[in-house]
Ligand binder design. Structure first.
Ligand SMILES: Nc1nc2c(ncn2[C@@H]2O[C@H](COP(=O)(O)OP(=O)(O)O)[C@@H](O)[C@H]2O)c(=O)[nH]1
Ligand SMILES: [Mg+2]
Length: 370
């Protein structure tokens, strides 16, 4: 038996693994943006502006979460990030404890949403006082909305400063983003800055929502599939985090992902296609199966990636390998669907670049899954 066959046998028990478990575990530990603000402050509008989804899509996607909050998973079928929307603020004696618990175990940021032209913020400030006292919320960003509705720049600055000071009295110094989510000209104002600041807390935000200017046809296709790839990568990472989930094999998740991607490029999925991709990548079964192993074995198996992997845990490695395989798979399938060959050198370079590029997201994710 070859070395890889032996690994394969050890790691893949005959029993059919329950992939659902990995996906479910991952969904329960998504990076979380917790939106808090009065009704009408712009919370729903913010979700739409950031995600680029329509009114209807966002409205339909909300699900009950706690007694006082609903959650919106992005994207519904392949969730990789969740928004929590608080609606209980107006109720007398809103108690944020449950909502705090919903965020606390995961990487998160509290997004405080205030309309710049609304100085009546007492119920929000009461809630913030309690959240602050809990000491559980690590990151917070204050978003001043509807800034275009104010008449002059002076008026605007004055209103923003007023709300900012009110929050800082409770919270201490806090990062802020002034925006108009609709914009006088119909284009949002300050949105890029808002996304950049959220990405400082949650690296996945940059991956999902930063706008790219120039894209090739291949990149545009990949972009459409990226959330799905990250969803699979998240599940692969989760298999290392929880012993019972660990029974699921990472290769099973990766194969499922490649199968789905190939179909979306209009290709028929079979073992040969997988073998072709593998051999173009020059990895045989090595990297795919190595992701279940500990770091030491992994470095031995793929010395070329040894530098990159460094101190990364198995969960981080599984995430990165899965994402990089997905990225490389997209190029290979795109070319194949167009009847073009794929250069092995280019594919390997893409794999490696994707692996390194996604590392910060993988690390954040791995912490969530602990
Ligand atoms: N001009 C402008 N209108 C906004 C802005 N944010 C929200 N709105 C409007 O305010 C209303 C309430 O917004 P919504 O997002 O539903 O508030 P929510 O209750 O916090 O979810 C909607 O009619 C929005 O179009 C903004 O930044 N600029
Ligand atoms: Mg709303």
């Amino acid at each position: 038996m070859s070395y890889f066959q032996r690994i394969y046998r050890t790691l893949n028990p005959a029993r059919k693994p329950d992939l659902e478990l990995a996906f479910r575990h991952n969904v329960e530990h998504l990076p979380t943006l917790w939106l808090i603000g009065k009704t009408g402050a712009g919370k729903s509008t913010l979700i739409r502006a950031v995600t680029g989804l329509s009114d209807i899509e966002v409205g339909r996607g909300f699900k009950p979460c706690t007694r006082t909050a609903t959650r919106y998973d992005f994207l519904a079928d392949t969730p990789v990030l969740t928004f929590i929307d608080t609606r209980g603020l107006a109720e007398a004696g809103y108690d944020p404890r449950e909502d705090i618990n919903a965020c606390e175990g995961n990487s998160h940021a509290l997004v405080i949403v205030m309309r710049a032209d609304d100085p009546e913020q007492s119920e929000l400030l009461d809630a913030l006082r309690q959240i602050r006292q809990s000491g559980m919320i690590r990151n917070a960003l204050l978003v001043h909305t509807a800034i275009d509705l104010l008449d002059s720049p002076q008026e605007r600055d004055k209103c923003i400063a007023l709300n900012q000071q009110a929050v800082e009295k409770i919270w201490g110094e806090i990062e802020n983003a002034p925006v108009d989510l609709i914009g006088r000209s119909g284009q949002p104002v300050g949105l890029e800055d808002l996304i950049g600041k959220l990405a400082n807390f949650l690296p996945i935000v940059a991956e999902l929502f930063e706008r790219r200017d120039k894209q090739s046809a291949e990149e545009a296709n990949f972009r459409k599939l990226k959330t799905e790839i990250m969803w699979y990568a998240g599940a692969a990472g989760a298999t290392n985090a929880v012993p019972v989930v660990g029974l699921v094999s990472v290769p099973a998740i990766q194969t499922k992902m490649l199968h789905s991607l190939a179909n979306q490029y209009g290709l028929e999925w079979n073992r040969r296609l997988l073998a072709e991709l593998g051999s173009t990548l020059g990895m045989g079964f090595g990297v795919q199966y190595a992701s279940r192993l500990g770091l030491q074995q992994l470095i031995k198996l793929i010395p070329v990636y040894g530098q990159t992997v460094g101190a990364a845990s198995a969960a981080v490695t599984s995430y990165c390998v899965t994402y990089a395989l997905g990225r490389a798979g997209c190029i290979y399938f795109f070319n194949k669907a167009c009847g073009q060959p794929t250069s092995p050198e280019e594919l390997k370079a893409t794999y490696r670049k994707a692996f390194e590029h996604i590392m910060p997201v993988a690390r954040d994710e791995a912490e969530n899954n602990l």
